[in-house]
Write a protein that binds this ligand. Sequence first.
Ligand code: ADP
Ligand code: MG
Length: 351
Amino acid sequence: MFENANKLNPLSQLGEFGLIGELEKAFPTTQSGIVMGIGDDAAVFEKDTENYWLLSTDMLVEGIHFDLIYTPLKHLGYKAIASNVSDIAAMNGIPKAVTVSLALSSKYTIEATEALYEGIQLACQKYGLDLVGGDTSSSKHGMMLSVTVVGEVAKNDIVYRNKAALSDLVVLTGDLGGAYVGLQILEREKSVFMANSGIQPDLEGYDYILERQLKPEARTDIKKLLVQLGVKPTAMIDVSDGLSSELHHLAKRSGVGFTIYEEKLPIDQLTYDTARMLNLDPTICALHGGEDYELLFTIPVTDFEKVKGNPSMSVIGYCSEAVSGINLITRGETAVVPIVAQGWNTFNNPQ
Ligand code: ADP
Ligand code: MG
């Protein structure tokens, strides 16, 4: 099915981007009523004359996406739902229902499972969702959690990844890098704990970034805000795998390049200070750290006044010619450096 499939090659050679690209080629949609198959934040189906259904799925694997040493199960349940809802928000849609499939090893207790579902329930209440099904299995090692979310969007409101146009502005909600820096603090405290289990973790003062990592929210509020501002994005994606990766997705789908200003990247003060304390470059954390679940979108330059100064969003750059690629103008406009996608790549993970 894939090119070179007669040779035995490691999956890392293809990478996640490559695999999805091959799947998209191999599985074009054939059924009536399917408006969008593989390739956006959610698949899109005809619902009625005015509306589409949206469908998106994501999987969380213990040891890869979460570490139970520092992830409370209630938070994990919440995050599993919020991260899926984020993909519906990225289509400018409204989430309606979820299914949750679960594989659990024998180490899990009734109480642990209850805690997980408490988080799932809390997220369902928060985002106005019904849990309508799932599947349950045993697992030899650890937990796997797969969530599928169904949403709805008016045909007039839907935003894909593919309509960013030359000179459009690039806008980002919220701030970046917090979830990644929060994860570094949790990892640091895990190392201390592993070396000496008598030492209590020192998490004092890191609330915001720990919450960004452990209990993120989907930006379902942005749909309403955009209506209030009278702005309809030309393209949109959620930032789950890091800004650099998401810019590459938008660029590929829309056939444009991007010019991003380092000094415009929204970074929270605690994220900035903690990154520096850990000897990390805050810009690198903002560009490549994942799991912030903010929305990245493009708008016509004529809409600049409508978003200018809005506390929920930052204009970080503009769409340029595809041939010029995706570049960062460094602070003080001193240099132009290519932004390479370094977000999450499933098959490069050492485990
Ligand atoms: P997101 O980060 O928004 O969840 P992904 O990068 O995971 O999106 O996926 C991009 C697109 O590829 C989506 O349309 C998704 O449904 C599709 N996709 C990802 N993995 C697979 C797979 N194993 N089989 C078919 N489609 C896939
Ligand atoms: Mg997405």
